[in-house]
Design a protein. Structure first.
Length: 297
């Protein structure tokens, strides 16, 4: 009867060096691929920014990103070239976006608190019905809403774009906040009830201070979606003095007359700045909100 002794594998310095070299080569190749992909994704944006500084006759004639000569004429022409200043469009978009953020955060958080913390008859049914509205395309409810707002005399005002936000109409944000609220221990609610807090005070004093990440997430998405919205303002706004930035950009392109491409690219570059700054300031809270939503603590 023979017994086999365990074999010992000796890792030599050459094998260890080869493994490190392969790991380094793989990391370098991964970073190079990411850099190339980033350049390809950013190229349209960089081209638009470059075109905004070119003279009008060089916008489509040059294939390089670096302009042969720099000019700010497109920005001056785009800002002041219409019947109203482009700053009016920025102001209108900011007003609509800020009101939409306030409405979504106030009403969606209240609805989410009710679904996540309060016990009432038919809660599961109403929650499922609310989630079902996520499957409805915006175009399905467009005509009934337009008829309703026309009967109220709200056409050509910002009310159709703002008032629904104060009625908890965005089911996505309600669902997002419900998932976050469910991750907060209910023992905090019970302790607050023992101290005599009403449901409203529990919502205001306990849950909201702990919900900064999800509120910031909802606020950032609301701002981006409202700022970039083109279809809604196109349907409800007809006076150029009430136009948003997206509608203002459309006025630079005319299929029946000459289009101002330089002004379009210049104002398009400026229109990206608020979104970039808004995301930059709330980036940490946005990441925290997405990372913690739906996770048990």
């Amino acid at each position: 009867m023979t017994s086999s002794a365990p074999r010992l594998t000796v890792v030599t310095g050459a094998d260890d060096s080869a493994a490190r070299w392969r790991k380094r080569a793989l990391s370098t190749a991964s970073h190079a691929a990411l850099i190339i992909a980033s350049i390809l994704m950013l190229y349209p944006l960089l081209w638009m920014l470059s075109a905004s500084f070119r003279p009008e006759n060089e916008i489509f004639s040059s294939s390089t990103l670096w302009p042969s000569s720099w000019s700010l004429d497109a920005y001056v022409r785009g800002w002041n070239g219409l019947r109203v200043s482009f700053g009016t469009f920025f102001l209108n978009s900011f007003i609509i976006a800020i009101l939409a953020i306030i409405g979504n955060l106030a009403t969606c958080s209240l609805a989410a608190f009710a679904f996540a913390r309060l016990e009432f008859r038919g809660r599961s049914f109403w929650f499922a019905l609310m989630l079902g509205t996520l499957m409805l395309p915006y175009q399905v409810t467009l005509i009934p809403q337009y008829v309703l707002f026309q009967g109220l005399g709200w056409i050509n005002t910002i009310l159709p774009l703002v008032v629904p936000k104060f009625l908890a109409a965005d089911a996505f944000f309600i669902f997002l906040m419900v998932q976050f609220f469910r991750g907060i221990p209910k023992e905090l609610d019970e302790a607050a009830q023992m101290d005599g807090c009403s449901p409203w005070r529990i919502y205001w004093k306990v849950l909201l201070p702990l919900s900064t990440p999800v509120l910031a997430t909802a606020g950032v998405f609301t701002f981006i979606w409202t700022w970039d919205d083109f279809f809604g303002p196109l349907i409800y706004l007809s006076d150029i003095r009430t136009y948003t930035v997206m509608l203002g950009l459309r006025t630079f392109v005319d299929s029946t007359a000459q289009s101002d491409w330089g002004g379009l690219f210049a104002m398009s570059s400026l229109s990206l700045l608020p979104i970039f700054l808004f995301f930059l300031f709330f980036q940490r809270l946005l990441i925290d909100g997405i990372a913690t939503t739906g996770m048990k603590r």
